[in-house]
Design a protein around this ligand. Structure first.
Ligand code: ATP
Ligand code: MG
Length: 263
């Protein structure tokens, strides 16, 4: 059952409290409300510890909320679902499989016959520019190339939603910019719904339709900033700089609030 107004993911009154081994509790998330529309690219942005990964993991079904709920297509999320893929920072590639084998993996799980699998895998490997490396194993690739393989593997199963948790965090600045461009291009061609965690302001402004600014102690959504710009985007364009500054101010205010909180 789909919701009327194109809402793909609805997060309502979400709370998550962790009980640490010492017995104290951490309020990782309090009263988070959020809607992600079908085909939308949403970035969750905020400082370390504000609950970005916790929120993403609950949305993707890997963690259960303490309160509230996440609905996808109007159905409550209780476990990971093969229609949605999650990309983690550490790529999650199988070291014993080559590039082709890694990208074919999800299709194998789906029961796609060998020939079809190979054709689709090759198509996505090509999309991320790794045709020359299909027989290489992950240890023979750079970090950026491994991230591309993970992206190809995620796309090959044609998911409705891609959840990404700081997928470019470990990369050097130039590779990171290249992959941001690639992700933006792929998103435009494939029209997926993407929820992307980052703490990099420029990355969020470059990629997102909307930026959800989160804040810690306790983790919550502070504001949502639309990015009313077409694509491809140019980092020096006045509109880009304006939105970047707007996000920056939002986060800077946050730091002052944290100082107040601790004084
Ligand atoms: N399994 C856990 N047990 C106890 N506390 C946890 C657990 N996971 C997360 N937390 C706490 O919840 C809060 C939010 O953590 P989370 O990992 O979601 O933050 P984050 O915004 O993703 O940070 P980062 O940018 O560093 O990845 C933190 O205070 C963290 O210590
Ligand atoms: Mg995190």
């Amino acid at each position: 059952m789909k919701e009327d107004n194109n809402v793909k993911i609805r997060v309502s009154q979400l709370e998550k409290t962790f009980r640490n081994t010492g017995g104290e509790t951490t309020q990782a998330l309090v009263s988070v409300n959020l809607e992600v529309h079908e085909g939308e690219f949403v970035c969750l942005l905020g400082p370390s510890g504000c609950g970005k990964s916790t929120l993403l993991n609950i949305m993707a079904g890997f963690k259960r909320p303490s309160r509230g709920e996440v609905l996808i297509d109007g159905r409550r999320v209780t476990a990971p679902d093969p229609r949605y893929v999650t990309l983690f920072q550490n790529y999650g590639l199988f070291p014993w499989r080559n590039v082709l084998g890694n990208v074919e993996y999800g299709l194998e799980v789906q029961g796609v016959p060998k020939e079809g699998r190979r054709r689709v895998a090759n198509q996505y490997i090509s999309l991320v520019g790794l045709d020359k490396f299909i027989y290489n194993h992950p240890h023979e690739l750079s970090g950026g190339m491994q991230q591309r393989v993970a992206l190809a593997r995620a796309l090959a199963v044609d998911p409705e939603i891609i959840f990404m948790d700081e997928p470019l965090g470990a990369l050097d600045a130039i590779t990171r910019i290249r992959l941001q461009e690639e992700i933006s291009r792929i998103w435009r061609n494939k029209e997926k719904t993407i929820v992307f965690v980052t703490h990099d302001i420029e990355e969020a402004v470059f990629l997102a339709d909307r930026i959800v600014v989160m804040t810690p102690c306790p983790g919550r959504v502070k504001s949502t900033i639309p990015v009313p710009m077409g694509r491809p985007r140019h980092r020096t364009h006045p509109d880009f700089v304006r939105v970047r500054d707007q996000v920056y101010v939002e986060l800077q205010l946050e730091e002052e609030e944290i100082l107040d909180y601790h004084s």
